[in-house]
Design a protein around this ligand. Structure first.
Ligand code: NDP
Length: 289
């Protein structure tokens, strides 16, 4: 049971995490580079530390929710020698290799390191739709599960500290390309005077229905078997993408977003796989690492 938790970084997300922890009745210490951001949490009962050294003087878990990997080092490097034997949960968005670097660095200094990725926006923290992914120290995950569960559903992916981040950034790839695709579509119908809001009302249920195909796509990719009878062929998709690009440029909408997708399809066709399923695009994306 965690009795005192230190939060380093009180941006939108760090403040939400600290507030949810306070709401649960835990003792909380907070620090932020710009002190004014700590005021509200202080008024709600958090102990406000004037320096990082003061903030980590408590005995509990240290939660970092800072801007980026660099800022985690900026904040923790000066106090690292004091952190031996302590647990750091880093919820700052990092790349997998950045998370691994922090895990190695923490280990070198006798610090237990758990890397986390937040699949939520600040308003969702503590609510039913909030999910957090973790990797790194298993004992940190299990020993502090009560604390972690204050913020959302917690899942530990394994001892490789980079895994949570890998999942996070892979999922965000889907999100960003979906948002960009929606904006492209809104620009297309916008040329006919259709408001984006009207388009969104039709696009959202369509995209939701399309996500039902993900499991089937995944089974195809996992089996690496692209010749099943129900698969939409690369040639079919080539024709469809050509039409999308023509329609876009005819309307004066740049087809930039579609070009890399079309290139992936065309490269597989050029390699002799035109009759194979469109999921074969995965072969053009697979890592050679
Ligand atoms: P904000 O921009 O609101 O806050 C950034 C925080 O980092 C502030 O506390 C800022 O301090 C601090 N900071 C930046 N650089 C330094 C530095 N060199 N030294 C010390 N402190 C520094 O970001 P969020 O709170 O929204 O995000 C924090 C992390 O959470 C990010 O990694 C983000 O990717 C992740 N996240 C955010 C989500 C969101 O929806 N907001 C969703 C999922 C993850 P100061 O106030 O002094 O500028």
């Amino acid at each position: 049971m965690t009795t005192s938790t230190t939060f380093l970084g009180l941006g939108a997300m760090g403040s939400a995490l600290a507030a949810a922890t306070l709401d649960a009745g835990d003792r909380v210490t907070v620090w932020n580079r710009s002190p004014e951001r700590a005021r509200d949490l202080g008024a709600r009962g958090a102990r406000v530390a004037g320096t990082v050294a003061e903030a980590v003087a408590d005995d509990g878990v240290i939660v970092a929710c800072l801007f980026d990997h660099r800022s985690v080092h900026d904040v923790l490097d000066p106090v690292i020698t004091r952190l031996s034997g302590r647990t750091v949960v880093n919820l700052t968005t990092s790349t997998p290799d950045e998370a691994r670097e922090l895990a190695t660095w923490a280990d070198k200094h006798g610090v237990t390191y758990l890397d986390g990725a937040i699949m939520a926006v600040p308003e969702m923290i503590g609510g039913p739709a909030s999910a957090l992914f973790y990797s790194g120290s298993e004992s940190a995950f299990t020993d502090h599960r009560d604390l972690l569960d204050r913020w959302g559903t917690s899942t530990w992916f394994g001892p490789d500290a980079g895994l949570a981040s890998l999942y996070d950034l892979a999922m965000l790839t889907g999100m960003y390309t979906m948002f960009a695709g929606f904006l492209h579509g809104a620009a297309m119908v916008g040329t006919a005077g259709v408001p984006a809001a009207e388009f969104a009302a039709r696009q959202a249920p369509f995209l939701a229905a399309m996500t039902e195909q993900l499991a089937e796509l995944a089974a195809t990719v996992d089996a690496r078997e692209y010749t099943g009878p129900d698969q939409q062929s690369l040639r079919f998709t080539d024709t469809a993408l050509s039409a999308l690009r023509r329609a876009s440029t005819d309307q004066g909408v740049a087809d930039d977003l579609l070009v890399p997708v079309h290139d992936l399809v065309r490269r597989q066709i050029a390699a002799g796989f035109g009759a194979h399923g469109t999921a074969r695009m995965f072969e053009g994306l697979r890592s050679s690492r």
